[in-house]
Design a protein around this ligand. Structure first.
Ligand code: FUB
Ligand code: ZN
Length: 624
Protein backbone atom coordinates (compact mmCIF):
# COMPACT_ATOMS: atom_id res chain seq x y z
CA UNK A 1 0.00 0.00 0.00
CA UNK A 2 1.36 3.43 -0.83
CA UNK A 3 1.78 5.54 2.27
CA UNK A 4 0.29 8.96 1.74
CA UNK A 5 2.50 10.84 4.17
CA UNK A 6 5.49 12.54 2.55
CA UNK A 7 8.45 11.69 4.76
CA UNK A 8 11.11 13.43 2.78
CA UNK A 9 10.67 16.59 0.75
CA UNK A 10 14.22 16.67 -0.57
CA UNK A 11 15.04 17.71 -4.10
CA UNK A 12 16.36 15.35 -6.77
CA UNK A 13 19.92 15.90 -5.58
CA UNK A 14 20.13 16.09 -1.81
CA UNK A 15 23.62 15.61 -0.38
CA UNK A 16 23.89 14.27 3.15
CA UNK A 17 27.48 15.45 3.41
CA UNK A 18 28.19 19.10 3.95
CA UNK A 19 28.39 21.02 0.66
CA UNK A 20 29.07 24.66 -0.16
CA UNK A 21 25.43 25.12 -1.14
CA UNK A 22 22.41 23.16 -0.03
CA UNK A 23 19.47 22.44 -2.32
CA UNK A 24 16.15 23.75 -1.04
CA UNK A 25 13.41 21.30 -0.14
CA UNK A 26 10.71 20.61 -2.72
CA UNK A 27 8.32 23.50 -3.11
CA UNK A 28 10.62 26.01 -1.40
CA UNK A 29 11.45 27.64 -4.72
CA UNK A 30 8.53 27.97 -7.04
CA UNK A 31 8.66 29.41 -10.56
CA UNK A 32 5.48 31.46 -10.77
CA UNK A 33 5.44 32.79 -14.31
CA UNK A 34 7.43 33.81 -17.35
CA UNK A 35 9.58 31.87 -19.77
CA UNK A 36 10.15 28.67 -17.81
CA UNK A 37 6.68 28.61 -16.37
CA UNK A 38 5.25 28.58 -19.90
CA UNK A 39 7.46 25.65 -20.81
CA UNK A 40 6.58 23.82 -17.63
CA UNK A 41 2.88 24.32 -18.31
CA UNK A 42 3.21 22.83 -21.80
CA UNK A 43 5.26 19.99 -20.33
CA UNK A 44 2.54 19.31 -17.78
CA UNK A 45 -0.50 19.72 -20.02
CA UNK A 46 0.75 18.35 -23.33
CA UNK A 47 4.09 16.61 -23.27
CA UNK A 48 3.80 14.31 -20.27
CA UNK A 49 0.19 13.22 -20.98
CA UNK A 50 1.00 12.47 -24.63
CA UNK A 51 4.07 10.48 -23.62
CA UNK A 52 1.81 8.01 -21.83
CA UNK A 53 0.25 7.27 -25.24
CA UNK A 54 3.63 7.11 -26.98
CA UNK A 55 4.91 4.60 -24.42
CA UNK A 56 1.85 2.49 -25.15
CA UNK A 57 2.16 2.74 -28.94
CA UNK A 58 5.86 1.87 -28.79
CA UNK A 59 5.10 -1.30 -26.84
CA UNK A 60 7.13 -0.08 -23.86
CA UNK A 61 4.30 -0.42 -21.34
CA UNK A 62 3.25 -3.69 -22.96
CA UNK A 63 6.69 -5.10 -22.16
CA UNK A 64 5.96 -4.44 -18.50
CA UNK A 65 2.51 -6.02 -18.75
CA UNK A 66 4.06 -9.12 -20.29
CA UNK A 67 6.80 -9.28 -17.70
CA UNK A 68 4.13 -8.89 -15.03
CA UNK A 69 2.23 -11.81 -16.52
CA UNK A 70 -0.78 -9.68 -17.41
CA UNK A 71 -0.24 -10.57 -21.07
CA UNK A 72 1.42 -13.68 -22.47
CA UNK A 73 5.14 -13.64 -21.74
CA UNK A 74 5.77 -15.71 -24.83
CA UNK A 75 4.78 -12.79 -27.06
CA UNK A 76 8.21 -11.36 -26.41
CA UNK A 77 9.84 -7.97 -26.06
CA UNK A 78 9.46 -4.83 -28.21
CA UNK A 79 11.96 -2.02 -28.62
CA UNK A 80 15.50 -1.30 -27.52
CA UNK A 81 16.99 -3.24 -24.61
CA UNK A 82 16.77 -0.12 -22.46
CA UNK A 83 13.10 0.63 -23.21
CA UNK A 84 12.13 0.25 -19.53
CA UNK A 85 14.14 3.38 -18.77
CA UNK A 86 11.72 5.46 -20.85
CA UNK A 87 8.90 4.49 -18.50
CA UNK A 88 11.01 5.27 -15.44
CA UNK A 89 11.99 8.70 -16.72
CA UNK A 90 8.35 9.42 -17.47
CA UNK A 91 7.37 8.27 -13.97
CA UNK A 92 10.03 10.56 -12.56
CA UNK A 93 8.52 13.48 -14.48
CA UNK A 94 5.06 12.49 -13.23
CA UNK A 95 6.38 12.51 -9.65
CA UNK A 96 8.09 15.91 -9.81
CA UNK A 97 5.00 17.38 -11.42
CA UNK A 98 2.96 16.24 -8.45
CA UNK A 99 5.29 18.04 -6.10
CA UNK A 100 4.49 21.18 -8.08
CA UNK A 101 0.76 20.61 -8.38
CA UNK A 102 -1.01 17.39 -7.41
CA UNK A 103 -3.73 16.20 -9.76
CA UNK A 104 -5.96 13.17 -10.00
CA UNK A 105 -4.79 12.31 -13.50
CA UNK A 106 -1.14 12.40 -12.46
CA UNK A 107 -1.82 10.41 -9.31
CA UNK A 108 -3.65 7.79 -11.38
CA UNK A 109 -0.78 7.46 -13.87
CA UNK A 110 1.62 7.13 -11.00
CA UNK A 111 -0.29 4.50 -9.11
CA UNK A 112 -1.28 2.34 -12.07
CA UNK A 113 2.14 2.38 -13.69
CA UNK A 114 4.02 1.90 -10.43
CA UNK A 115 1.82 -1.07 -9.57
CA UNK A 116 2.64 -2.54 -12.98
CA UNK A 117 6.37 -2.03 -12.41
CA UNK A 118 6.10 -3.69 -9.01
CA UNK A 119 4.29 -6.64 -10.54
CA UNK A 120 6.98 -7.03 -13.19
CA UNK A 121 9.67 -7.38 -10.55
CA UNK A 122 10.92 -10.92 -10.13
CA UNK A 123 10.73 -12.61 -6.72
CA UNK A 124 14.41 -12.05 -5.97
CA UNK A 125 14.20 -8.33 -6.74
CA UNK A 126 15.56 -8.39 -10.30
CA UNK A 127 13.71 -6.28 -12.84
CA UNK A 128 14.33 -5.85 -16.53
CA UNK A 129 11.73 -6.67 -19.13
CA UNK A 130 14.21 -7.13 -21.96
CA UNK A 131 16.02 -9.87 -20.07
CA UNK A 132 12.82 -11.37 -18.70
CA UNK A 133 11.10 -11.56 -22.10
CA UNK A 134 13.97 -11.92 -24.58
CA UNK A 135 16.88 -13.62 -22.80
CA UNK A 136 15.64 -15.06 -19.51
CA UNK A 137 18.97 -16.69 -18.71
CA UNK A 138 20.93 -13.63 -19.76
CA UNK A 139 21.17 -11.66 -16.53
CA UNK A 140 24.38 -9.63 -16.36
CA UNK A 141 25.88 -11.54 -19.29
CA UNK A 142 26.19 -8.52 -21.59
CA UNK A 143 27.28 -5.64 -19.41
CA UNK A 144 28.58 -3.72 -22.44
CA UNK A 145 25.27 -3.44 -24.25
CA UNK A 146 22.65 -4.89 -21.95
CA UNK A 147 21.80 -1.66 -20.09
CA UNK A 148 20.52 -3.61 -17.08
CA UNK A 149 22.12 -1.28 -14.54
CA UNK A 150 21.23 1.77 -16.64
CA UNK A 151 17.58 0.76 -16.46
CA UNK A 152 17.99 -0.01 -12.78
CA UNK A 153 19.45 3.48 -12.30
CA UNK A 154 16.44 5.13 -13.90
CA UNK A 155 14.17 2.98 -11.74
CA UNK A 156 16.02 4.12 -8.62
CA UNK A 157 15.82 7.77 -9.65
CA UNK A 158 12.08 7.51 -10.36
CA UNK A 159 11.59 5.78 -7.02
CA UNK A 160 13.42 8.46 -5.08
CA UNK A 161 11.51 11.18 -6.93
CA UNK A 162 8.20 9.50 -6.24
CA UNK A 163 8.98 9.04 -2.58
CA UNK A 164 10.21 12.58 -2.10
CA UNK A 165 7.50 14.23 -4.17
CA UNK A 166 4.47 12.24 -3.05
CA UNK A 167 5.44 10.05 -0.10
CA UNK A 168 4.44 6.97 -2.10
CA UNK A 169 6.84 4.12 -1.37
CA UNK A 170 5.68 1.74 -4.10
CA UNK A 171 8.64 2.28 -6.40
CA UNK A 172 11.02 2.82 -3.51
CA UNK A 173 10.27 -0.69 -2.30
CA UNK A 174 10.90 -2.07 -5.79
CA UNK A 175 14.09 -0.02 -6.06
CA UNK A 176 15.58 -1.05 -2.73
CA UNK A 177 14.86 -4.72 -3.42
CA UNK A 178 16.67 -4.44 -6.75
CA UNK A 179 19.51 -2.40 -5.25
CA UNK A 180 19.93 -5.02 -2.54
CA UNK A 181 20.23 -7.69 -5.21
CA UNK A 182 22.84 -5.60 -7.04
CA UNK A 183 24.78 -5.01 -3.82
CA UNK A 184 24.81 -8.74 -3.16
CA UNK A 185 26.05 -9.51 -6.66
CA UNK A 186 28.53 -6.79 -7.70
CA UNK A 187 31.64 -5.65 -5.90
CA UNK A 188 35.37 -6.18 -5.55
CA UNK A 189 34.82 -9.24 -3.35
CA UNK A 190 31.85 -10.49 -5.37
CA UNK A 191 31.29 -10.30 -9.16
CA UNK A 192 33.59 -7.76 -10.80
CA UNK A 193 31.75 -5.74 -13.39
CA UNK A 194 30.49 -2.34 -14.45
CA UNK A 195 27.65 -1.35 -16.71
CA UNK A 196 28.27 -0.25 -20.28
CA UNK A 197 26.07 2.78 -19.64
CA UNK A 198 26.75 4.69 -16.42
CA UNK A 199 23.86 6.14 -14.43
CA UNK A 200 23.59 3.57 -11.66
CA UNK A 201 26.32 5.47 -9.77
CA UNK A 202 24.35 8.67 -9.16
CA UNK A 203 21.12 6.73 -8.72
CA UNK A 204 22.64 4.59 -5.96
CA UNK A 205 24.03 7.65 -4.21
CA UNK A 206 20.61 9.27 -4.24
CA UNK A 207 19.02 6.06 -2.97
CA UNK A 208 21.57 6.12 -0.15
CA UNK A 209 20.61 9.72 0.55
CA UNK A 210 16.92 8.85 0.58
CA UNK A 211 17.20 5.70 2.72
CA UNK A 212 20.42 6.13 4.71
CA UNK A 213 21.57 2.65 3.59
CA UNK A 214 25.32 2.99 3.23
CA UNK A 215 25.63 -0.19 1.16
CA UNK A 216 24.23 1.77 -1.78
CA UNK A 217 26.92 4.44 -1.46
CA UNK A 218 29.57 1.74 -1.19
CA UNK A 219 28.31 0.09 -4.36
CA UNK A 220 28.24 3.42 -6.19
CA UNK A 221 31.82 4.02 -5.13
CA UNK A 222 32.80 0.56 -6.32
CA UNK A 223 31.25 1.23 -9.75
CA UNK A 224 33.16 4.51 -10.03
CA UNK A 225 36.48 3.04 -8.91
CA UNK A 226 36.17 -0.12 -11.01
CA UNK A 227 35.95 1.94 -14.17
CA UNK A 228 38.99 2.56 -16.27
CA UNK A 229 40.52 -0.90 -16.43
CA UNK A 230 39.47 -1.94 -19.91
CA UNK A 231 36.71 -4.34 -18.91
CA UNK A 232 34.29 -3.08 -21.54
CA UNK A 233 34.92 -3.63 -25.23
CA UNK A 234 32.67 -4.46 -28.18
CA UNK A 235 35.12 -5.87 -30.72
CA UNK A 236 34.81 -4.21 -34.10
CA UNK A 237 32.63 -1.42 -32.70
CA UNK A 238 33.71 0.26 -29.52
CA UNK A 239 36.85 0.27 -27.45
CA UNK A 240 36.96 1.02 -23.74
CA UNK A 241 37.02 4.82 -24.27
CA UNK A 242 33.49 4.74 -25.68
CA UNK A 243 32.44 3.35 -22.27
CA UNK A 244 34.80 5.63 -20.24
CA UNK A 245 36.64 2.46 -19.30
CA UNK A 246 40.03 3.48 -20.69
CA UNK A 247 41.23 5.47 -17.68
CA UNK A 248 40.36 5.47 -13.98
CA UNK A 249 37.86 8.26 -13.36
CA UNK A 250 40.22 10.11 -11.03
CA UNK A 251 42.90 10.18 -13.75
CA UNK A 252 40.62 11.59 -16.44
CA UNK A 253 41.15 15.22 -17.46
CA UNK A 254 39.53 15.18 -20.90
CA UNK A 255 36.17 13.55 -21.47
CA UNK A 256 36.04 10.92 -24.18
CA UNK A 257 33.59 8.50 -25.67
CA UNK A 258 29.81 8.46 -25.57
CA UNK A 259 28.74 11.84 -24.22
CA UNK A 260 25.70 10.84 -22.19
CA UNK A 261 27.63 7.98 -20.62
CA UNK A 262 30.58 10.25 -19.80
CA UNK A 263 28.40 12.90 -18.17
CA UNK A 264 26.22 10.56 -16.16
CA UNK A 265 29.42 9.00 -14.89
CA UNK A 266 30.88 12.40 -14.04
CA UNK A 267 27.70 13.26 -12.16
CA UNK A 268 27.82 10.01 -10.21
CA UNK A 269 31.51 10.44 -9.48
CA UNK A 270 30.78 13.93 -8.16
CA UNK A 271 28.12 12.52 -5.86
CA UNK A 272 30.52 9.84 -4.63
CA UNK A 273 33.29 12.42 -4.10
CA UNK A 274 30.94 14.62 -2.08
CA UNK A 275 29.59 11.83 0.12
CA UNK A 276 33.00 10.23 0.74
CA UNK A 277 34.87 13.52 1.13
CA UNK A 278 37.18 12.52 -1.72
CA UNK A 279 38.83 15.84 -2.56
CA UNK A 280 41.26 14.26 -5.03
CA UNK A 281 38.36 12.94 -7.09
CA UNK A 282 36.48 16.23 -6.85
CA UNK A 283 39.56 18.15 -7.99
CA UNK A 284 39.92 15.85 -11.00
CA UNK A 285 36.27 16.47 -11.84
CA UNK A 286 36.76 20.24 -11.55
CA UNK A 287 39.58 20.13 -14.08
CA UNK A 288 37.67 17.86 -16.40
CA UNK A 289 34.58 20.07 -16.24
CA UNK A 290 36.67 23.13 -17.10
CA UNK A 291 38.27 21.40 -20.07
CA UNK A 292 34.85 20.38 -21.30
CA UNK A 293 33.48 23.91 -21.06
CA UNK A 294 36.57 25.53 -22.56
CA UNK A 295 37.09 23.17 -25.46
CA UNK A 296 34.45 20.47 -25.86
CA UNK A 297 31.15 22.30 -25.45
CA UNK A 298 29.36 24.20 -28.18
CA UNK A 299 28.18 27.76 -27.71
CA UNK A 300 24.74 26.35 -26.92
CA UNK A 301 26.20 24.28 -24.10
CA UNK A 302 25.52 21.19 -26.22
CA UNK A 303 28.14 18.46 -26.11
CA UNK A 304 29.09 15.58 -28.33
CA UNK A 305 30.62 16.56 -31.62
CA UNK A 306 30.74 13.11 -33.20
CA UNK A 307 27.84 11.15 -34.59
CA UNK A 308 29.99 8.06 -34.49
CA UNK A 309 29.63 6.74 -30.98
CA UNK A 310 27.44 9.77 -30.05
CA UNK A 311 30.69 10.95 -28.63
CA UNK A 312 32.83 13.77 -27.37
CA UNK A 313 35.37 15.02 -29.85
CA UNK A 314 38.89 16.10 -29.12
CA UNK A 315 39.39 19.55 -27.62
CA UNK A 316 38.29 22.23 -30.12
CA UNK A 317 36.73 19.67 -32.44
CA UNK A 318 33.40 21.45 -32.58
CA UNK A 319 32.05 21.37 -36.15
CA UNK A 320 28.67 23.12 -36.18
CA UNK A 321 27.12 21.11 -39.01
CA UNK A 322 28.28 17.71 -37.79
CA UNK A 323 27.33 18.47 -34.18
CA UNK A 324 25.56 15.62 -32.44
CA UNK A 325 24.63 17.46 -29.23
CA UNK A 326 22.14 14.86 -28.06
CA UNK A 327 19.41 16.32 -25.90
CA UNK A 328 20.23 13.74 -23.20
CA UNK A 329 23.87 14.86 -23.21
CA UNK A 330 22.80 18.46 -22.57
CA UNK A 331 20.59 17.28 -19.72
CA UNK A 332 23.43 15.20 -18.31
CA UNK A 333 25.67 18.27 -18.50
CA UNK A 334 23.09 20.27 -16.52
CA UNK A 335 22.99 17.49 -13.93
CA UNK A 336 26.75 17.53 -13.59
CA UNK A 337 27.03 21.32 -13.41
CA UNK A 338 24.35 21.40 -10.71
CA UNK A 339 26.29 18.89 -8.62
CA UNK A 340 29.52 20.85 -9.08
CA UNK A 341 27.70 24.04 -8.10
CA UNK A 342 26.42 22.46 -4.89
CA UNK A 343 29.83 21.03 -4.10
CA UNK A 344 31.85 24.19 -4.71
CA UNK A 345 29.48 27.16 -4.68
CA UNK A 346 31.21 28.59 -7.77
CA UNK A 347 28.83 30.45 -10.04
CA UNK A 348 30.56 29.39 -13.26
CA UNK A 349 28.74 26.08 -12.89
CA UNK A 350 25.39 27.87 -12.80
CA UNK A 351 26.42 29.96 -15.82
CA UNK A 352 27.04 26.84 -17.87
CA UNK A 353 23.92 25.20 -16.55
CA UNK A 354 21.86 28.20 -17.63
CA UNK A 355 23.48 28.34 -21.07
CA UNK A 356 22.77 24.66 -21.59
CA UNK A 357 19.18 24.80 -20.38
CA UNK A 358 18.17 27.78 -22.53
CA UNK A 359 19.87 26.54 -25.64
CA UNK A 360 20.79 22.85 -25.83
CA UNK A 361 18.03 21.37 -23.65
CA UNK A 362 14.86 23.16 -24.70
CA UNK A 363 15.87 23.11 -28.34
CA UNK A 364 15.11 19.41 -27.84
CA UNK A 365 11.35 19.94 -27.55
CA UNK A 366 8.99 21.78 -29.89
CA UNK A 367 7.12 24.87 -28.73
CA UNK A 368 3.88 22.88 -28.61
CA UNK A 369 5.58 20.18 -26.55
CA UNK A 370 4.58 17.40 -28.92
CA UNK A 371 7.73 16.84 -30.94
CA UNK A 372 11.39 16.45 -30.15
CA UNK A 373 14.91 16.72 -31.39
CA UNK A 374 17.36 14.01 -30.51
CA UNK A 375 20.28 15.78 -32.18
CA UNK A 376 20.69 19.53 -31.72
CA UNK A 377 22.88 20.61 -34.56
CA UNK A 378 24.20 24.16 -34.87
CA UNK A 379 23.96 24.23 -38.60
CA UNK A 380 21.90 22.72 -41.38
CA UNK A 381 23.55 23.30 -44.72
CA UNK A 382 21.79 24.37 -47.86
CA UNK A 383 20.35 21.29 -49.63
CA UNK A 384 21.18 19.07 -46.67
CA UNK A 385 20.18 15.44 -46.92
CA UNK A 386 19.18 13.18 -44.02
CA UNK A 387 18.84 9.44 -43.91
CA UNK A 388 18.57 9.18 -40.15
CA UNK A 389 15.51 9.82 -37.99
CA UNK A 390 17.73 11.59 -35.46
CA UNK A 391 18.94 14.24 -37.87
CA UNK A 392 17.50 17.73 -37.56
CA UNK A 393 17.05 17.63 -41.33
CA UNK A 394 14.39 14.96 -40.81
CA UNK A 395 12.51 17.44 -38.62
CA UNK A 396 11.23 17.15 -35.09
CA UNK A 397 9.68 13.76 -34.33
CA UNK A 398 6.81 12.80 -32.02
CA UNK A 399 8.89 9.94 -30.62
CA UNK A 400 12.00 7.98 -31.49
CA UNK A 401 12.91 4.32 -31.86
CA UNK A 402 15.49 5.14 -29.22
CA UNK A 403 13.31 7.33 -27.05
CA UNK A 404 15.76 8.39 -24.36
CA UNK A 405 15.54 12.13 -24.98
CA UNK A 406 11.81 12.96 -24.78
CA UNK A 407 11.18 11.71 -21.22
CA UNK A 408 14.51 13.16 -20.16
CA UNK A 409 13.27 16.62 -21.18
CA UNK A 410 10.03 15.94 -19.29
CA UNK A 411 11.73 15.15 -15.99
CA UNK A 412 14.09 18.11 -16.41
CA UNK A 413 11.31 20.65 -16.89
CA UNK A 414 9.25 19.06 -14.12
CA UNK A 415 12.12 19.50 -11.66
CA UNK A 416 13.39 22.87 -12.85
CA UNK A 417 12.13 24.83 -9.85
CA UNK A 418 14.76 22.94 -7.83
CA UNK A 419 17.56 24.74 -9.69
CA UNK A 420 16.41 28.29 -8.96
CA UNK A 421 18.01 28.81 -5.56
CA UNK A 422 20.02 27.23 -2.76
CA UNK A 423 20.89 28.15 0.80
CA UNK A 424 23.71 27.72 3.29
CA UNK A 425 24.54 29.04 6.74
CA UNK A 426 25.43 32.42 5.26
CA UNK A 427 22.24 33.03 3.32
CA UNK A 428 20.40 32.37 0.08
CA UNK A 429 21.80 32.13 -3.43
CA UNK A 430 19.80 32.84 -6.59
CA UNK A 431 21.01 30.96 -9.66
CA UNK A 432 18.24 31.13 -12.26
CA UNK A 433 16.36 34.36 -12.78
CA UNK A 434 12.65 33.77 -13.19
CA UNK A 435 9.49 35.06 -11.56
CA UNK A 436 9.58 32.99 -8.40
CA UNK A 437 8.77 32.68 -4.74
CA UNK A 438 11.61 31.36 -2.62
CA UNK A 439 11.53 30.40 1.03
CA UNK A 440 14.59 29.10 2.83
CA UNK A 441 15.99 28.53 6.26
CA UNK A 442 19.16 30.34 7.21
CA UNK A 443 20.48 29.22 10.57
CA UNK A 444 17.04 28.10 11.58
CA UNK A 445 15.32 31.34 10.62
CA UNK A 446 12.95 31.83 7.71
CA UNK A 447 13.89 33.89 4.69
CA UNK A 448 11.43 34.70 1.91
CA UNK A 449 12.06 36.28 -1.49
CA UNK A 450 9.70 37.28 -4.28
CA UNK A 451 11.41 37.56 -7.64
CA UNK A 452 9.89 39.49 -10.52
CA UNK A 453 11.44 39.64 -13.99
CA UNK A 454 10.85 39.28 -17.72
CA UNK A 455 14.20 37.53 -18.10
CA UNK A 456 15.51 36.32 -20.51
CA UNK A 457 13.82 38.95 -22.69
CA UNK A 458 14.52 41.81 -20.28
CA UNK A 459 17.39 42.14 -17.85
CA UNK A 460 15.64 43.71 -14.87
CA UNK A 461 15.36 41.35 -11.91
CA UNK A 462 13.47 42.71 -8.88
CA UNK A 463 13.86 40.83 -5.63
CA UNK A 464 11.64 41.74 -2.70
CA UNK A 465 12.41 40.43 0.76
CA UNK A 466 9.13 38.99 2.04
CA UNK A 467 10.43 37.37 5.21
CA UNK A 468 13.65 37.84 7.13
CA UNK A 469 15.12 37.22 10.55
CA UNK A 470 16.41 40.08 12.62
CA UNK A 471 19.96 38.95 11.89
CA UNK A 472 22.30 39.69 9.02
CA UNK A 473 22.41 37.23 6.15
CA UNK A 474 23.72 37.25 2.61
CA UNK A 475 21.72 37.41 -0.57
CA UNK A 476 23.98 36.02 -3.30
CA UNK A 477 23.22 36.88 -6.90
CA UNK A 478 24.81 35.18 -9.88
CA UNK A 479 26.27 37.72 -12.26
CA UNK A 480 26.52 35.97 -15.63
CA UNK A 481 29.85 36.17 -17.43
CA UNK A 482 28.24 38.14 -20.29
CA UNK A 483 26.78 40.79 -17.96
CA UNK A 484 29.51 43.43 -18.22
CA UNK A 485 27.94 46.77 -17.28
CA UNK A 486 25.31 45.39 -14.92
CA UNK A 487 24.02 47.53 -12.07
CA UNK A 488 22.54 46.78 -8.70
CA UNK A 489 20.48 48.80 -6.24
CA UNK A 490 19.07 48.13 -2.79
CA UNK A 491 16.01 50.23 -1.99
CA UNK A 492 17.07 52.55 -4.78
CA UNK A 493 20.65 53.05 -3.60
CA UNK A 494 23.37 51.93 -5.97
CA UNK A 495 25.64 49.14 -4.80
CA UNK A 496 29.25 48.91 -5.95
CA UNK A 497 29.40 46.30 -8.68
CA UNK A 498 31.90 43.48 -8.84
CA UNK A 499 33.31 41.25 -11.53
CA UNK A 500 31.09 39.39 -13.93
CA UNK A 501 31.10 35.61 -13.99
CA UNK A 502 30.93 35.57 -10.20
CA UNK A 503 28.50 35.83 -7.36
CA UNK A 504 27.74 39.21 -5.84
CA UNK A 505 26.96 39.03 -2.14
CA UNK A 506 24.74 41.55 -0.39
CA UNK A 507 25.05 41.15 3.36
CA UNK A 508 22.97 43.09 5.86
CA UNK A 509 20.18 42.86 8.36
CA UNK A 510 17.37 42.83 5.85
CA UNK A 511 13.93 44.27 6.48
CA UNK A 512 10.73 42.90 5.11
CA UNK A 513 9.91 44.91 1.98
CA UNK A 514 13.52 45.64 1.04
CA UNK A 515 13.87 45.69 -2.72
CA UNK A 516 16.95 44.69 -4.67
CA UNK A 517 17.06 45.50 -8.37
CA UNK A 518 19.61 43.80 -10.57
CA UNK A 519 19.88 45.22 -14.07
CA UNK A 520 21.53 42.75 -16.39
CA UNK A 521 22.48 44.17 -19.79
CA UNK A 522 20.32 41.92 -21.93
CA UNK A 523 21.12 43.20 -25.38
CA UNK A 524 22.31 41.58 -28.57
CA UNK A 525 26.04 40.96 -28.79
CA UNK A 526 28.39 39.41 -31.31
CA UNK A 527 30.38 36.47 -30.01
CA UNK A 528 33.69 35.52 -31.56
CA UNK A 529 34.70 31.86 -31.24
CA UNK A 530 37.95 30.66 -29.72
CA UNK A 531 40.33 30.72 -32.68
CA UNK A 532 41.38 27.16 -31.92
CA UNK A 533 37.96 25.98 -33.14
CA UNK A 534 39.04 25.72 -36.76
CA UNK A 535 35.57 24.86 -38.08
CA UNK A 536 34.13 28.30 -37.21
CA UNK A 537 37.22 30.47 -37.51
CA UNK A 538 36.25 33.80 -39.07
CA UNK A 539 32.62 33.46 -37.99
CA UNK A 540 30.55 35.15 -35.31
CA UNK A 541 27.43 34.18 -33.46
CA UNK A 542 24.80 36.44 -31.95
CA UNK A 543 23.75 36.12 -28.34
CA UNK A 544 21.35 38.08 -26.23
CA UNK A 545 21.41 37.54 -22.48
CA UNK A 546 21.53 33.77 -21.97
CA UNK A 547 20.06 33.05 -25.40
CA UNK A 548 22.08 31.96 -28.39
CA UNK A 549 20.55 33.14 -31.66
CA UNK A 550 20.44 31.51 -35.06
CA UNK A 551 19.48 32.36 -38.61
CA UNK A 552 16.70 30.19 -39.96
CA UNK A 553 16.00 30.12 -43.67
CA UNK A 554 12.29 30.97 -43.43
CA UNK A 555 13.05 34.41 -42.03
CA UNK A 556 15.58 35.49 -44.64
CA UNK A 557 15.07 37.62 -47.77
CA UNK A 558 14.87 35.99 -51.20
CA UNK A 559 18.16 34.80 -52.59
CA UNK A 560 20.04 34.45 -49.31
CA UNK A 561 21.99 31.22 -48.95
CA UNK A 562 23.02 31.22 -45.31
CA UNK A 563 26.18 29.17 -45.94
CA UNK A 564 27.33 31.89 -48.30
CA UNK A 565 26.19 35.05 -46.51
CA UNK A 566 28.48 37.23 -44.40
CA UNK A 567 27.62 39.61 -41.58
CA UNK A 568 28.49 43.27 -41.87
CA UNK A 569 29.32 45.65 -39.05
CA UNK A 570 26.34 47.62 -37.79
CA UNK A 571 23.57 47.67 -35.25
CA UNK A 572 21.68 44.60 -34.23
CA UNK A 573 18.11 45.86 -34.16
CA UNK A 574 15.85 44.24 -31.60
CA UNK A 575 12.11 43.77 -32.07
CA UNK A 576 9.75 42.16 -29.59
CA UNK A 577 7.37 39.90 -31.47
CA UNK A 578 4.65 38.67 -29.17
CA UNK A 579 2.96 36.61 -31.90
CA UNK A 580 6.00 34.87 -33.28
CA UNK A 581 7.16 31.48 -31.95
CA UNK A 582 5.45 31.89 -28.61
CA UNK A 583 6.74 35.43 -28.15
CA UNK A 584 10.36 36.22 -28.89
CA UNK A 585 12.71 39.11 -29.55
CA UNK A 586 14.04 38.98 -33.08
CA UNK A 587 17.19 40.69 -34.31
CA UNK A 588 17.74 42.42 -37.63
CA UNK A 589 21.36 41.97 -38.65
CA UNK A 590 23.16 43.71 -41.54
CA UNK A 591 24.69 41.22 -43.97
CA UNK A 592 25.86 40.63 -47.50
CA UNK A 593 24.76 37.98 -49.97
CA UNK A 594 27.35 36.10 -52.00
CA UNK A 595 26.78 38.44 -54.95
CA UNK A 596 27.62 41.42 -52.73
CA UNK A 597 24.05 42.68 -52.29
CA UNK A 598 23.49 44.10 -48.83
CA UNK A 599 20.54 42.61 -46.99
CA UNK A 600 19.09 42.50 -43.52
CA UNK A 601 19.03 39.02 -42.00
CA UNK A 602 16.74 38.03 -39.16
CA UNK A 603 17.98 36.08 -36.17
CA UNK A 604 15.74 34.19 -33.74
CA UNK A 605 16.56 32.39 -30.49
CA UNK A 606 18.13 29.05 -31.35
CA UNK A 607 15.78 27.06 -29.12
CA UNK A 608 12.82 28.17 -31.25
CA UNK A 609 14.13 27.01 -34.62
CA UNK A 610 12.51 24.20 -36.62
CA UNK A 611 9.07 25.03 -35.33
CA UNK A 612 7.96 26.11 -38.78
CA UNK A 613 9.47 24.40 -41.81
CA UNK A 614 12.78 22.56 -41.49
CA UNK A 615 15.51 23.91 -43.69
CA UNK A 616 18.89 25.59 -43.58
CA UNK A 617 19.86 27.19 -40.28
CA UNK A 618 23.06 28.42 -38.77
CA UNK A 619 24.31 29.72 -35.43
CA UNK A 620 27.76 30.71 -36.66
CA UNK A 621 28.00 32.91 -39.71
CA UNK A 622 30.89 34.23 -41.74
CA UNK A 623 32.04 37.66 -40.54
CA UNK A 624 35.04 38.29 -42.80
O1 FUB B 1 21.98 3.84 -24.58
C1 FUB B 1 20.91 4.52 -23.98
C2 FUB B 1 20.71 5.87 -24.62
O2 FUB B 1 20.40 5.68 -26.00
C3 FUB B 1 21.93 6.74 -24.64
O3 FUB B 1 22.11 7.50 -23.48
C4 FUB B 1 21.67 7.60 -25.82
O4 FUB B 1 22.82 8.23 -26.29
C5 FUB B 1 21.08 6.63 -26.81
O5 FUB B 1 22.09 5.97 -27.50
ZN1 ZN C 1 18.74 10.84 -25.56
Amino acid sequence: MPSSQPLDRSAAVAPLASTALRPLPLGAARITGGFWSERQQINREATIPAAGDRLEEAGTLRNLRRAAGREPVADGFTGRPFADSDVYKWLEAVAWEQSREPSEAYAAWQSSTSALVAEAQEPDGYLNTHIRLAIPDGRFTDLEKGHELYCAGHLLQAAVAQYRATGDRTLLTVATRFADLLAGYFGADRTEGIDGHPLIEMALVELYRATGTKTYLDLARYFVEARGHGLLVVPGHHGPAYFQDHQPVRDVRILAGHAVRALYLASGATDVAVETDDTELLDALRETWQTMVDSQAYLTGGVGSRWYGEAFGDPFELPPDAAYCETCAAIASVQWSWRMLLATGESKYADQLERTLYNAVISGVSLTGGEFFYVNTLKVRDQAFADDQRSAVAGRQPWYGTACCPPNVMRTLASLDQLVATSNDDGVQLHLYAPAKVVAEVNGAGVGLDVGTRYPWKGTVTITVSETPDQPWKLDLRIPAWAEGYTLTVNGDAEPVGEVGRTQSLERTWQRGDVVVLELPVRARRTVPDDRIDSVRGCVAIERGPLVYCFEHVDQPEGVVLDQAALLPGDLVETEQADLLGGITTLAVPARRRDGTEVSLTAIPYYAWANRAVGPMTVWIDAR
